[in-house]
Write a protein that binds this ligand. Structure first.
Ligand code: HEC
Length: 149
């Protein structure tokens, strides 16, 4: 009896583990990419407000920059094959031109990492110079790989 219970518990645990290891459904993949993208615009907006002196929250500047860089580093990994249909603005070109998409994702990763490093260094001029490449990388990818509107 006892052995059966232990076995049943193990089986349930294993099933649970298998379930968490399952590939994401296309719907969840889409929800995830949208959630991460929303954090990118939240963090860059907050960062710009602090950098532009509209609000005082200097102590939070690096945190926003780090979160931005971490989120941008996900961009190339969060559009798995099969997640192009449903409630998404992702264009089929993401999968048709996978190399081009990877390049656009790398540009976002590099630009946000450079901004984070500039903020870490505290060099205002370097921070200023690092902003445009970040916006260019968002726009560069959206213009090519995201539906308009
Ligand atoms: C490598 C490509 C790529 C990069 C780089 C990128 N994005 Fe996106 N972004 C996308 C795609 C594709 C979508 C459409 C996602 C969807 O609808 O499933 C999107 C959607 C969004 C959305 C809408 C999310 C929603 O809820 O529908 C926002 C906001 C956004 N991006 C902000 C940003 C910002 C800010 C940056 C730069 C810091 C950025 N993105 C960089 C590809 C990119």
């Amino acid at each position: 009896m006892r052995r059966v219970t232990v076995f049943a518990t193990l089986a349930l645990l294993t099933m649970g583990l298998l379930q968490t290891a399952q590939a994401a459904t296309p719907d969840d993949a889409i929800k995830y990419s949208k959630a991460v993208m929303s954090t990118l615009s939240g963090h860059i907006s907050a960062l710009m407000m602090i950098h532009g002196g509209k609000v005082e929250h200097q102590e939070a500047l690096l945190g926003h920059a780090e979160a931005l860089a971490a989120g941008a580093a996900q961009a190339g990994k969060m559009f798995p094959t099969g997640s192009g249909t449903g409630k998404t603005d992702a264009l089929p070109l993401i999968w048709e031109d996978a190399a081009g998409f990877a390049k656009a994702a790398d540009a976002g990763t590099a630009a946000t990492a450079a901004l984070r490093d500039a903020i870490k260094s505290g060099d205002k001029a370097a921070i200023g110079r690092s902003l445009k490449p970040v916006f260019d990388s968002c726009k560069g990818c959206h213009d090519r790989f995201r539906k308009e509107g």
